[in-house]
Each structure stands twice: as C-alpha cells, then as structure tokens.
Design a protein around this ligand. Sequence first.
Ligand code: FAD
Ligand code: SF4
Length: 500
Amino acid sequence: MENQTAVELNDEAKVLLQVILEKKVSAGKEHKISAKERSAIPAQEMPAQDPAARGKNVSEVALGYGEDQARLEAERCLGCKNEPCVNGCPVAVPIPRFIAEIQEGNFKAAVDIIKETNLLPAVCGRVCPQEKQCQAECTLGKMLKDTGKAVAIGRLERFVADWERGNNKVTVPAIKNATGKKVAIIGSGPAGLTAAADCAREGHAVTIFEAFHKPGGVMVYGIPEFRLPKSIVQAEVQNLVKMGVLIETNFLAGRTRTVSEILEDYNAVFIGAGAGLPKFLGCPGENLVGVMSANEYLTRANLMKAYNTEKADTPMYKSEVTVVIGGGNVAMDAARMALRLGSREVHVIYRRTREEMPARAEEIEHAIEEGIVFNFLRNPECFIGDEEGRVTGMELLKYELGEKDNSGRPRPVAVKNSSYVFNCDTVIVALGNEPNPLLSRTTENLNADKKGKIIVDETQKTSLDKVYAGGDIVLGAATVILAMGEGRKAAEAINKSLAL
Ligand code: FAD
Ligand code: SF4
C-alpha cells in the first residue's frame, strides 16, 4: 500500500490483541473490557524512517500504523459518553464513533464517519496539531498524565484514510441534480477545496481558480513531501474533478480577472486565497544574498521540486550552515528541508523556549532526532555580509522570558549588551505569513482589516453581496482544519442563498 508499511506487533502486543478480541467475542457486542484493562494497553508508537537515513531523502518520515497496530491503539479508547475529544476538534469529528469501528475492524465505516465532518482525513491525520486539540482533551491522556499518552486519534484517522485509498475503497460523494447555478472558488487550499466539494454536492457548477500551476495551496507548495506526500493531496483534488469540479490553474484573480468580472459569470464567489505574504524581521542586512523567506525556500523545494536534482532544474542556494529564524511549523519544515538539501549544519533560532514553540510536537521531536540544533532565547539584531553582498552571519542577541503577553505566552525580553556573532551562509526567515492584499485592493468595497484579512460575518459573507471568504485570508496564518471549517461554513451559506 502507498506510504504504508504494515508494522508487525511484537509478541507481547500480539497476544494482548488476541486476548482482547477473544474477550470481546465471549462478551458479545457490549465490549466488556474495563477502563483499567484499556488503560493498561501500551500506547502504539508511530513507526518512522530511521533518523540518519531520512535526513538524506524526502520520503515520508512517519510510516503509519498497520492494521493490528491500529486495532490495538483503538482498543485504548474508553468510549467516553461525554465525548471530550469531540469538543477539542474544530470540526467536531465523531471521534469515539469512528474509533469504535476500528475496534471492530470496520475501517471503511470508520473513515466514512470522519468524512461526515472532515473531507481530508489523510491530510488532517498527518498535519493537525492533535496534541493541542482532540488529544489534549482525551480522558485516557488525563488518566495517564505521567506519560501523557492520550489515544492517538490523529494516527488512527490517518490509518483509516490510507486504508481506504490503498484498498481502492474511496467513494465519490453523491451529487444532487444540476441546479444551473455557478460558483467560483478563488484558491485551491483546504478552504477552497472544502467549499468546492460542498457546493458541488448541492448540484452547483463549480470552478476553482488557482494562481499556481498546481492545485492544493500550502499543502502542495509549503508543507514538504516528507510530512505530507503530494500524491495524497492530488488524490483529494482528483475526487473533486470526479465530482465535476473544474480547476483553472495559472489564474491570478485580481489580475487575470477581477472579482467583479468573475461575478458577471457566476452566482457566488468564495475567496480562499490564503496568507502567502511572508513577514520579515525588518532588521539591517535582511536584503543580503542568502537571506530568504521560508515561503520562497519551500516553494522552490516543494512545488518546483528543487530536491529532485536529477529531474528538476530549479536553482537552489548552496548552503553549508543554514540558520532558520522562527519556532512554528514553517520553521521546522524549512530547517528539515535544508538538511535534506545538503546543508551540513542546520540551526533554529527562537526568541522563546521549546515550551512556547507553536510547531507540532512531533515535528519538533523529528527535527531534534535528525540533528537540527535549537538555539533558544536568541534573536538576530542584524545580518552581516561580505563585500559581494552575501550573508556571512548575524549578530545574535540573548533573551530571557518576562511577563505573559497577549498571546498568553511569556514575553521575550532582550538581555542588554548580550549580542555576539553567529556565522552562517544561509538564513531562512520563518516568522509567519499575512494575506496578500491584491484581492482587497482590486475589489471595490471589499472590506479588509489593517493586516489585509478580509472581514466576514458569522456565515463567512464579506461586505459584498454574493462574495464569501474563509481560511487564512480571513483568519491570518492558521491551520488546515480551521481553513476547512471556514470553507464548509461558507459553502453552507452559499448553498442556502442559491436555494432561494
Ligand atoms: P492556502 O493553503 O494558502 O491556499 C490558498 C491558495 O490560493 C493557494 O494555492 C494560492 O496560490 C491561491 N491564491 C492566492 N491568491 C490567489 C489569487 N489572487 N487568485 C487565485 N489563487 C490565489 N497547518 C496545519 O494545520 N498543520 C501543519 O502542520 C501546518 N504546516 C504548515 C507548514 C507551512 C510551511 C505553512 C506555510 C503552513 C502550514 N500550516 C499548517 C498552515 C496551513 O497550511 C494553512 O493554515 C492552510 O493551508 C490555509 O488554507 P487556505 O485554504 O486558507 O489557504
Ligand atoms: Fe476515547 Fe479519549 Fe475520546 Fe474518551 S476522550 S472517547 S478515551 S479518544
């Protein structure tokens, strides 16, 4: 099966699974396995490529559960009646219900339950920050607080989605009779894809307009292959095509055609154009050769396949010592990609400590295993270059943690006279992204805030009639699942308005 390595359980775990299955048969359908017994089942670790080997390839790092391993992990779930995990999920996936199907070996039923509220389980199972969402609320995780091993909800979600795809069980959602109404979607990230699917299901003719030459948004140009194989995103896009959705690439709304011009031919428009404008530090030397944004670096590496030196001729900056500034997922992706592109040393510079890093816990652990060096409580004051204008290093200032700020995290406070020189030949700035103001500037009366985020009401409707928006263009740089949630809400409102 693609990207799936069936992992053999060790003898002890095999016996345990057998005992559980036999006990269930003798207890009938009621699953008379106590919470104590369930909590004693060992948490199933995610099999992964060896750290030394994976730093030299771009294949997926996490390999996925096999069937037995998934069933054993599912048996850890207590099936809590109050469903705290569901409250922790931004799209309220019916978690205990889908896990109960895995316990029974009904993998297709499990994935169908997830798809009631989440159309991209293979993606979300890989990239959602579960440890801060559903798994943070898990009763079992709280019971076992010493180990913190909540039920691995994300890994189980990924397992059933991969199982469905690997066994050719993917079904295209039913589509209602054609309504004769047309919906335009600007942007093909998770927000746009979700809105497109939900409008197409209703029988509307949907066209996605995408600026890049490939659909998928950040899932294709930002998140690297070693974390989210592009074939998975393409499979999801193909499902939309099977549903009759048209995709027009190399179409920059606001330039190729304005939103008002698109509206002449469509009954409604959804803007899911993301937040693709990188933020910079604004310190001296940032325009030196060799200092670049993580967006540029990752787009070259992922979308333009710079890692594939035999087939792609995308130029890539040659690096010996790379420094990545930032502590989020983007920073982790850039650092790990730099390693794979041959940088001898890769350093992450972050103003706070590991505790405050916004990146997914698994990504930080993987980066450490791969040999990325973390330099906490540091930030550059300026970059230093040679006579040819190439970066040779930076002046780093030391920081300490102060009072909590608006983000709820301790504020980083610079330590006076603490700066020192740190040598490097490449700097990747990964401080987050903002929405590109192109659409708000080229669309009359489309209201946006100071940061370029489009302003919407509770149904995702903008200040313009028939124009809706969602995802990062509304929220600022957020997450895949939140973008999907907004795409879904907007589609519901569009479908309602077109039914009138
Ligand atoms: P996007 O995914 O940004 O898609 C917007 C699309 O619109 C793009 O394809 C863009 O080309 C297109 N577009 C823009 N302007 C126009 C225009 N004028 N005309 C036509 N098309 C246009 N989130 C997680 O949940 N987990 C993670 O692990 C994670 N890792 C990340 C790693 C990186 C490197 C980055 C950059 C982000 C990461 N995120 C992660 C955030 C997540 O990817 C985004 O929140 C999410 O993709 C936003 O979805 P979206 O549909 O709003 O926008
Ligand atoms: Fe299962 Fe944890 Fe959800 Fe309870 S909170 S139903 S144990 S996943």
